[in-house]
Design a protein around this ligand. Structure first.
Ligand SMILES: CC(C)(COP(=O)(O)OP(=O)(O)OC[C@H]1O[C@@H](n2cnc3c(N)ncnc32)[C@H](O)[C@@H]1OP(=O)(O)O)[C@@H](O)C(=O)NCCC(=O)NCCS
Length: 225
């Protein structure tokens, strides 16, 4: 996806992102993954692909610094804007299984969830997957609505799947993501989202809760609370 002109961009998750990711995770899930789980996924799981969405400054996409040498790398990490959401999946043969997706609670309903999902679908397609699956809490109608928009259908139910509450998981799948009807649908949704994100860029600049996130969290401190 081309992130020029957008207030947000998607990047592969790095180990240095995990602290911010886990801060959003704790605000988003009743049983959050610990930092070690994300570090393991990024460093040791060859089937895992994780992404973060972060704010980008005006024109930043065009003037990305070339990263030369260790010092340049440190500088560019320090200057990076806060993470506002993330997602990830596991890839196995032609199946991609979405393991997580979350957006900071203050920045929801602005299209960021869709931005992450599109990035994951595009990566799945370019990795040769032909279908995607996931589990979602039966009560999580918001997430189910996001997935349905991208042609995920309910294909099953796992009884008492979540051990904290005994809640069922709904299993959803998007089929034939490598085929052209899906590509056309995805492109339409992507174009619509890009237009929406461009229109809302000025609102983002004027403050949409993002300012509270611009202080990087200290160890163990949750963003925004
Ligand atoms: C699910 C989640 C990632 C969506 O992120 P988001 O940035 O708010 O989503 P978007 O703004 O891109 O919305 C995409 C679609 O999701 C659905 N949606 C999002 N928020 C909704 C709400 N409050 N009510 C109903 N539908 C909603 C809509 O279909 C929406 O499309 P629309 O804006 O065209 O109506 C976010 O709510 C979240 O982080 N939830 C907590 C973590 C979680 O439950 N993750 C899913 C685990 S399976």
């Amino acid at each position: 996806m081309d992130y020029d002109g957008l207030a947000y961009k998607v990047e592969p998750m790095q180990a240095s992102d995990v602290q911010e990711v886990v801060a959003i995770e704790r605000l988003s899930f009743s049983r959050p993954w610990p930092m070690g789980a994300y570090r393991y996924e990024i460093r040791h799981n060859p089937r895992a692909h994780y992404f973060v969405v972060r704010r980008q400054e005006e024109g930043a996409a065009q003037r990305e610094e070339p990263r030369r040498g260790l010092l340049a790398r440190f500088r560019s990490t320090d200057q990076r804007l806060p993470i506002v959401g993330y997602g990830g999946f596991w890839c196995s043969a032609r199946e991609v299984h979405i393991s997580t997706i979350a957006v900071h609670p203050r920045l929801r309903r602005k299209g960021i969830g869709q931005l992450i999902l599109i990035a994951m679908i595009e990566k799945a397609r370019s990795s040769g997957a032909d279908h995607m699956t996931l589990e979602v809490r039966a009560s999580n109608l918001v997430a189910q609505s996001l997935y349905r928009k991208y042609d995920f259908q309910v294909v099953g139910r796992k009884r008492r799947y979540y051990s904290d509450s005994g809640e069922d998981a709904v299993v959803m799948a998007a089929q034939d993501i490598d085929r052209s009807p899906y590509s056309i649908h995805l492109q339409e949704l992507r174009n619509r989202l890009i237009e929406r994100l461009k229109r809302s860029k000025d609102d983002v600049k004027q403050g949409d809760g993002y300012e509270e996130l611009s202080q990087k969290p200290r160890s163990g401190q949750k963003i925004g609370g």
